[in-house]
Design a protein around this ligand. Structure first.
Ligand code: HEC
Length: 103
């Protein structure tokens, strides 16, 4: 029967689509290492630096903070310009990554 060959293909499509909804920790990690860690570090910011730590923080809080910086309801020259170039997906990935780090 011809229909049966479509089933696995359809299923794969569904699985792939639902998987892409989840945060991509690898993408989050490379963004954290390339961009954010310059100030925030990965586990913690450099000793004595003025930057807040992000590791192990509440993910919902971090996401909201970045969205607030992006739409400038929270003001910080540095973070407004960094968050301004982040997509929703970037925010989801990088916050999921930081939330999983042990401080
Ligand atoms: C050039 C330095 C710099 C870089 C790079 C940087 N930040 Fe920040 N970040 C800051 C500073 C300074 C603050 C504090 C701003 C304020 O007073 O609100 C901050 C604050 C934050 C906060 C709020 C923390 C809190 O406790 O409320 C989050 C979340 C954050 N940054 C995420 C990120 C992410 C994610 C990246 C990478 C995409 C990033 N930052 C890159 C300097 C930086």
């Amino acid at each position: 029967m011809k229909v049966s060959i479509y089933v696995p293909v359809l299923l794969a499509g569904v699985l792939f689509a639902s998987n892409s909804q989840a945060a991509n920790l690898y993408a989050g990690e490379s963004m954290a290492e390339e961009v954010c860690s310059q100030c925030h570090g990965i586990k913690k910011p450099a000793e004595g630096s003025p930057f807040p730590s992000l590791a192990g923080r509440d993910v919902a809080y971090l996401r909201q903070a970045l969205k607030d910086y992006r739409d400038k309801t929270r003001v910080s020259d540095i973070m407004n310009s960094i968050a301004g170039s982040l997509s929703d997906t970037d925010i989801k990935n990088v916050t999921a990554y930081y939330g999983k780090q042990k401080p």
